[in-house]
Write a protein that binds this ligand. Structure first.
Ligand code: RIB
Length: 308
């Protein structure tokens, strides 16, 4: 049995269909793509894989469809050191799908079909109550039904389990959820949805973090792409700088950061050390294409940090 602290991730699984284009199509326009790739993704699965590959004792609560991709993804999660006992195959459902365009400057835009991810209901969360309560940390995102996320956070809080919320994709959130969160990790767009503050610089990030602190969240980590992250603990803020690399695509950069960051926190690293570890993992991920194919293993992250 592992003596490592235990992480439970609850979230989505998608098959990503990724088309690289010169630029995003305008309404009514059809464009030829330069590269097409089908890869395993979904914010929950990407974060679970990032945690598993970077060395956390990781269990995942999720749903796949009763299709070939669903079975393949579940098997691959196990190869990525993610425990899948709580990953269910849902009869008569298809696995979630993400349609992703990537442009020449490595930006992306994404459309989602939830498929089996919509079956991650409050009842399903209830079935896995003991698993959540047995964890040291619970990592959540927003690609599965919101009430289930709130219920999972409540179970964790009641059991003294630390709750980390990556509030992606961007949306407004009820106070009922925010008050259960110990650590929140929005990007600039998500921070805008939650606080109404447009983040241009560190001072804006500090202001947005303060708004989130007033909701009862102790640690705020605002991810700001290549610049790094704004880390604010009870109002004491600092920039933890990112690493300069040649980005190919940024798909799952945030997910990789989250999985690696939480892994490092569970190892007892300080939030600032954990953010640096997460930044390194994300920097490696953006140099590769696709979501899970881009997520680095622990040895790669350690070697990267030794070189910088
Ligand atoms: O965060 C990246 C992920 O968002 C992709 O893997 C895609 O599945 C969407 O969920």
């Amino acid at each position: 049995m592992s003596t490592k602290q235990k992480l439970v991730v609850l979230g989505s699984i998608n098959a990503d269909h990724i088309l690289t284009l010169e630029h995003f199509p305008h309404p009514g326009q059809t464009l030829n793509g330069q590269k097409y790739q089908v890869a395993f993704g979904g914010k929950g699965a990407n974060q679970a894989v990032a945690a598993g590959r970077s060395g956390a004792n990781t269990a995942f609560i999720a749903c796949v469809g009763d299709d070939a991709l669903g079975y393949e993804i579940k098997a691959q999660l196990a190869n990525d050191h993610v425990q899948t006992d709580a990953v269910s195959v849902v009869k008569n459902e298809s696995t979630g799908v993400a349609l992703i365009f990537v442009n020449q400057v490595a930006e992306n835009c994404i459309g989602i079909h939830a498929g089996a991810n919509a079956c991650l209901t409050p009842e399903y969360v209830k079935q896995h109550e003991a698993l959540i309560a047995s964890a040291d940390a619970l990592l959540l995102q927003l690609e599965t039904p919101l009430q289930s996320i709130i219920d999972a956070a409540q179970i964790a809080t009641d059991a003294g389990v630390k709750v980390i919320l990556n509030p992606a994709p961007a949306r407004e959130l009820p106070e009922d959820l925010l008050r259960l969160v110990d650590v929140i990790t929005p990007n600039e767009t998500e921070a805008l949805s939650l606080t109404g503050i447009i983040i241009h610089n560190e001072s804006d990030a500090a202001n947005a973090a303060c708004v989130l602190h007033t909701k009862g969240i102790k640690t705020v980590v605002i991810t700001m792409g290549a610049r790094g992250v704004w880390l604010s603990e009870s109002g004491e803020g600092q920039l933890v700088s990112g690493f300069k690399v040649n980005a190919v695509d940024t798909i799952a950069a945030g997910d990789t950061f989250n999985g690696a960051f939480v892994t490092a926190l569970l190892e007892g690293k300080t939030p600032s050390e954990a953010a640096q570890f997460g930044n390194a993992a994300a920097a490696i991920a953006v140099t590769r294409s696709g979501a899970q194919p881009s997520v680095p293993w622990r040895q790669e992250i350690d070697e990267f940090l030794q070189k910088v």
